[in-house]
Ligand binder design. Structure first.
Ligand SMILES: Cc1cc2nc3c(=O)[nH]c(=O)nc-3n(C[C@H](O)[C@H](O)[C@H](O)COP(=O)(O)O)c2cc1C
Length: 164
């Protein structure tokens, strides 16, 4: 059975995810992009992966810098997600940044931040799978609800009801 790319996107759109902004600093310049293809891979060593479009400018900067930060967004940060999903603008304009390890820019008021050193890049179709070893984590003590992405739109977690 042949699958249309739109059907593939539609089907995967039913897999709800959180939303992150990946940030890096390369040769003094700041880069950032919205990404939801973030996955925890291994505990020992602590590895994460992100799938990055080959021509995304932030992807190239992450490869060059060999480091990136993962900013996990809260439900109130959908505009921030939109901002970092638009190519060709100064994403960081007017934002009050925090400085993470190795000068990585961290966005304020996120649910959590991680920083990682790139360990491997595996080409996969029109994307690259970038693996990183986590060497810094910070969880916002104020907590909060996550920003979700589902069926092509931003969502809130209703009531945060815990099952089981
Ligand atoms: C919710 C959401 C999730 C996204 N996830 C990814 C992703 O996992 N990988 C990716 O390459 N692009 C992803 N994108 C698209 C990039 O954010 C977008 O192409 C961005 O413009 C790339 O920025 P840059 O080229 O300026 O670095 C996502 C966009 C949105 C809105």
């Amino acid at each position: 059975m042949s699958v249309d790319p739109r059907q593939f996107r539609d089907a995967m759109g039913h897999f709800a995810t959180g939303v992150t902004v990946l940030t890096t600093r390369h040769e003094g310049a700041l880069h950032g992009m919205t990404a939801n293809s973030v996955t925890s891979v291994s505990l020992d060593p602590m590895l994460i992966l992100v799938c990055l479009m080959k021509d995304a400018r932030t992807a190239l900067a992450i490869q060059a810098a060999e480091r990136f930060a993962v900013n996990i967004l809260t439900e109130g940060q959908d505009e921030l997600s939109q901002r970092f999903a638009r190519p060709g603008q100064d994403h960081f304009d007017g934002l009050e940044l925090m400085e993470g390890p190795h000068g990585l820019p961290l966005l304020p008021d996120c649910l959590a931040h991680l920083a990682a050193q790139v360990t491997e890049i595996v080409p996969a179709g029109d994307h690259d799978v970038v693996f990183g070893e986590v060497d810094h984590v910070h969880v916002n003590p104020n907590g909060g609800a996550p920003l979700l992405f589902f069926q092509g739109g931003y969502r809130k977690l209703p009531g945060m009801t815990r099952l089981g």
